[in-house]
Design a protein around this ligand. Structure first.
Ligand SMILES: *Cc1c(COP(=O)(O)O)cnc(C)c1O
Length: 607
């Protein structure tokens, strides 16, 4: 197993709430910074649940990832863009930090052309020597910005403790407030924001010494990592420090001497390491290396484990004193400092697994069935309610498309994929983060309204995910990253393009043939469950090769369909399901088989 990062979203939400509560008491609004997690939408959502006023990010790729997943809160860009990306800034970002007049001019030009006004926070350098206008040049620069029509000075900000290791104090942040007053006098209008830095400003706030007038902070580390860096010797005990945990597996455990034997030269990274002779020690190798993280930033969680060093793919540990003792195949976990987290989140080799710490409640045993008239007749014909009752479910029939409580499973059935559109949208309204397993021969990702004869259900997924530029019917709860298509056989060129550029996962027939349904479903369930409160299963009988219908067309077999549904039932995360294609004239065999698949998804087993 591994390397893998487990991300505890509950922990991030609670940390965000702790920081937001303290800040709000001083009239400070918090923007949650997600750059440490590459703009992971699940992390942003956890911060938003914790009450942050917006999300701040330094990279476009990350902002696009957030917007693609339907996050519509204010987003702040922390780093000045290259000229070529200015148009994208104006289009996707609500407010950006700026310190170069040339860039601000270009932003103004582009924004004016687009008929927009872009908000900026002007950055001033108070001694940390990273970004910012030098204080003497501030007012002259502001005067020049005021001549531009496409931008508005929405605030003044500073950044400390990043390059020069200069800590925020009453003095330097007092200067920030003083500069803000000067700008307000010059312009005659109040600034929306006086942005007093990052996590390193929290100790000052906590000590009650934050100058009045600061009304914004941009907080990443304290929310993600619990303020280990920001608070150092004097930690803030309410903040939790283990939202992120890196885990690898031991691939060798052997007793070896602690001094290398032979003539000493340079290691794999051109260094001459020094060793201390501690005699023979039990040493272990974990499958984590410098390709994955900054190993100096790792702290083993288990007592008695020590990091000795690493090469690109091997982490060498001393496990002599490990309690309990460790053996090959055991996993070892580590806390990471900010640098280690950043590199591990960026490494393609490290799997990221967000976890919702929902309390485990007894699985709901009520099924609400919501079926269109023709589908309803079919379900009645195959006695679905009696069969579900035989599996200990309580069954309720509705026809209004809405009725659903938090604790019931819902089954929707209808003629075409519009039933999926309604059912997924309804489930999204009941869950703050939803996944979707789409078992179908087509992606239903056509752009809507392009051709008059396009069947409306061919764009069901486009509409759910807002891929037509409008807010999706299931957004922001449903992210493309939590959507997985299983059994795809046909894709229009437009759909294929959209699939490549979106973050939807796809398992085509070719992949199911190659890996087998069980492995495909294991991956699919991972996609749909990662960071969500559960998932919806959308099934179209056109996915399955059955009695004459799509026979020979190369779909999944009846047995594979059952296997997929059984894996879903075992997972226990399904909160709703829909079956489409249940028309009045549907072949009897197909109808009865489709109902059997539903039974499998709800947990029907042969024995
Ligand atoms: C990264 C960054 C932050 C957040 O810093 P943390 O130490 O993670 O709180 C805030 N502002 C700017 C400009 C940044 O680049």
């Amino acid at each position: 197993m591994g390397p893998q990062i487990a991300i505890d979203l509950g922990c991030i939400e609670r940390n965000a709430r702790t920081v937001v509560d303290l800040c709000n008491r001083s009239g400070i609004k918090v923007f949650g910074v997600t750059k440490g997690t590459c703009g992971m939408p699940q992390v942003a959502r956890a911060m938003l649940r914790g009450g942050v006023a917006g999300i701040a990010e330094s990279r476009f790729e990350n902002i696009r990832r957030l917007r693609d997943s339907g996050i519509s809160c204010p987003i702040m860009l922390l780093r000045s863009p290259p000229m070529a990306r200015v148009e994208e800034v104006v289009r996707t970002v609500d407010i950006s930090l700026q310190s170069e007049l040339a860039t601000i001019r270009e932003i103004a030009r582009v924004a004016e052309r687009m008929g927009r006004i872009h908000d900026i926070i002007v950055m001033v350098d108070l001694g940390d020597l990273r970004e910012g206008i030098w204080p003497n040049d501030l007012l002259p620069t502001v005067e020049k910005i005021l001549e531009l029509r496409g931008v508005r000075i929405a605030g003044l900000g500073t950044n400390l403790t990043c390059f020069g290791a200069i800590v925020p104090t009453e003095e330097n942040l007092g200067q920030l407030v003083a500069h803000a007053y000067k700008i307000e006098r010059l312009t005659g209008v109040g600034l929306d924001w006086v942005s007093g830095g990052n996590s390193s400003s929290l100790p000052l706030l906590k000590a009650g010494r934050m100058p009045a007038g600061i009304n914004n902070l941009r907080i990443g580390e304290a929310i993600l990592q619990g303020g280990v860096d920001a608070f150092r010797a004097d930690p803030w005990p309410e903040l939790e420090t283990d939202a992120f945990r890196l885990t690898g597996e031991l691939i060798e455990v052997k007793l070896k001497p602690s001094l290398p034997i032979g003539e000493a030269g340079f290691d794999a990274f051109g260094k001459r390491p020094l060793f201390v002779d501690e005699g023979d020690r039990l040493r272990a190798i974990a499958n984590i290396g410098r390709e994955d993280t900054i190993v100096e930033g790792l702290t083993p969680i288990q007592k008695g484990v020590r990091v000795l060093g690493a090469s690109s793919d091997h982490l060498v540990l001393d496990v002599t004193d490990a309690d309990p003792a460790l053996a090959v195949g055991d996993s070892v976990s580590f806390r990471m400092d900010y640098g280690a987290l950043l590199t591990a989140m960026t490494s393609e080799y490290v799997e990221k697994t967000p976890i919702q710490d929902t309390e485990t409640i007894a699985p709901p045993k009520v099924v609400v069935i919501d079926a269109e008239p023709a589908a309803s007749q079919l379900l009645v014909r195959y006695a679905i309610d009696a069969r579900l009752q035989a599996m200990d479910y309580d069954v309720a029939m509705t026809g209004d498309g809405e009725a659903m409580s938090d604790t019931s499973l819902r089954l929707s059935a209808g003629e075409d994929r519009r039933v999926a559109l309604r059912a997924v949208a309804a489930s999204a309204r009941n869950a703050d983060a939803l996944g979707l397993i789409w078992i179908d021969s087509i992606a239903a990702l056509m752009p809507p309204n392009t051709t008059p004869d396009l069947r409306p259900d061919f764009s069901a997924l486009t509409r759910l995910l807002g891929l037509d530029g409008r807010l999706g019917a299931a957004q922001p709860q449903l992210s493309p990253e939590n959507v997985v298509l299983v059994g795809l056989r046909h894709a229009d060129p437009a759909e294929a393009r959209l699939l490549k550029s979106s973050r939807i996962s796809v398992f085509t027939m070719a992949e199911i043939d190659a890996s087998g349904m069980r492995d495909v479903m294991r991956e699919a369930l991972k996609v749909a469950s990662s960071g969500t409160r559960g998932f919806h299963v959308s099934y179209s009988p056109s996915a399955t090769e059955m009695h004459g219908w799509s026979k020979g067309a190369g779909g999944i077999t009846v047995r594979e369909t059952h296997q997929a549904m059984e894996t879903i039932a075992l997972n226990g995360g399904m909160i709703s399901m829909n079956v489409s294609g249940l028309t009045r004239d549907l072949d009897e065999h197909i109808a009865s088989e489709a109902v059997n698949f539903v039974m499998s998804a709800f947990g029907k087993r042969i024995l």
